[in-house]
Design a binder for this molecule. Structure first.
Ligand SMILES: Cc1cc2nc3c(=O)[nH]c(=O)nc-3n(C[C@H](O)[C@H](O)[C@H](O)COP(=O)(O)O)c2cc1C
Length: 381
């Protein structure tokens, strides 16, 4: 549907030669970038590497995959943040990057337990970095063989977990039951939701307004556009960032209709044309779910990431599509009105951290997102 809409938006200006197009289209999947989903858990005599092969599948902002694992000490992983992979403009205090590192830690813990290893996790062993992350470790994780390590039932869904940006089937409203299952998956933060049509409509408006602010704030939008990989070759060369794949989008790129300069220029036709395209999923949103923490310390942010991936896995188990909409939660100056408005609308207390806000509903399942192979994220050892 979105594809058809986009074609309408472009005024039907594309002609694809039928001959050869189908064969070409069939070769456009960036399969190499998705391979880490198929090879996770493959035989390796180091349990730390086996666990890392799952942990790198964690959800994380703009799919930057900021994790670096130092394996130089036996039976231990020291996790640090690749500081070059942070999002300077949209995540000025590295809050979201820290959430992604929390999700990584939770998958690491689950994978190790599944494999018969208990993990002893010390967060920020050299102190909590503030106001931004620095070279100090995010966590030190000891691996101890433990045949009785408690398996986590959510682990069964790790390979099927997705961020799902598709339109929801609005004829299938969410009921209280899957909402409760997702809320129960969180271990430390508080989860709440909105399913009432009027409230959902108000949140759709607010989240879209925030998205529009982001698109029209040059530095913030440029950060996303710079990290956009269009088509198979770009995605396989850099399997991180925002990937636009498939023959349709790659075709637009080849014809010059989809290009980064135009995506950035507010006065260009291409910029105006992407507005309804980007708005469509906001409109087709069945319900919202959010996660807050008692404070906003680095430990709170790590805990939020650990909870978020668990909630996303519980959604997968319940067949529910989930996509974070983070723009209104972001701490840059131009977003201040939307930042205050969303906290007001969700009743977030002054000292609480609003860490994640997600649209949830029933939708077609997308394919797995790209990943760097875990071996490329090992610093030493
Ligand atoms: C803190 C955080 C914020 C995110 N914000 C957004 C967002 O605003 N919009 C969105 O589409 N995805 C968002 N995501 C999802 C990531 O883009 C996604 O996890 C990443 O691209 C990898 O894809 P996957 O989750 O399907 O493996 C966010 C994820 C995290 C952890």
């Amino acid at each position: 549907m979105i594809r058809r809409k986009f074609l309408q938006i472009l005024g039907g200006g594309i002609v694809v030669a039928a001959t050869g197009a189908t064969a070409w289209a069939m070769t456009r999947d960036p399969a190499r970038a998705r391979a880490p989903w198929a090879t996770a858990g493959q035989l390796n005599d180091d349990p730390r590497r086996r666990a890392l092969s799952y942990a790198i599948l964690a959800p994380n902002p703009h799919n930057r995959q900021p994790w670096l694992a130092d394996l130089s000490v036996k039976n231990q992983i020291t996790l640090t943040c690749d500081l070059a992979r942070r999002l300077e403009h949209t995540d000025p205090y590295d809050r979201q990057i820290t959430i992604g590192l929390g999700a990584f830690l939770e998958l690491l813990r689950m994978a190790a337990a599944q494999d018969g290893f208990a993990t002893d996790i010390t967060l920020f062993p050299n102190g909590e970095p503030s106001p931004r992350l620095d070279q100090r470790p995010i966590a030190r994780i000891g691996f101890v063989g433990d045949a009785n390590a408690k398996r986590d039932p959510l682990f069964a869904h790790v390979l099927d977990r997705r961020t799902n940006r598709n339109a929801h089937d609005l004829s299938m409203p969410l009921t209280a039951e899957p909402m409760a299952a997702m809320a129960r998956a969180a271990n430390s933060g508080l989860v709440d939701h909105a399913i009432e049509p009027e409230r959902v409509a108000a949140l759709r408006d607010l989240t879209w307004q925030a998205m529009y602010v982001e698109m029209t704030t040059f530095k913030a939008w440029k950060e996303s556009v710079d990290l956009t990989r269009i088509g198979k070759a770009e995605i396989e060369a850099n399997p991180d960032g925002i990937s636009l794949s498939g023959p349709f989008l790659e075709g637009l790129s080849l014809t010059g209709l989809l290009n980064k300069a135009a995506m950035l220029d507010r006065n260009s036709t291409a910029f105006q044309q992407q507005v309804p395209f980007l708005r469509a999923p906001f409109e087709a949103t069945a319900a919202f779910l959010w996660l807050k923490t008692p404070g906003n310390s680095r430990t709170d942010q790590i805990n939020a990431g650990r909870d978020y991936v668990r909630i996303n896995l519980a959604a997968t188990a319940a067949g529910v599509a989930m996509q974070p909409l983070s723009q209104a939660l972001q701490e840059y100056r131009e977003m201040a009105p939307q930042f205050a408005a969303i906290r007001g609308a969700l009743g977030i207390g002054a000292s609480e951290g609003l860490q994640m806000l997600m649209r949830v509903g029933y939708a077609e399942t997308p394919r797995a997102s790209p990943r760097w192979r875990f071996e490329t994220r090992i610093l030493a050892g």
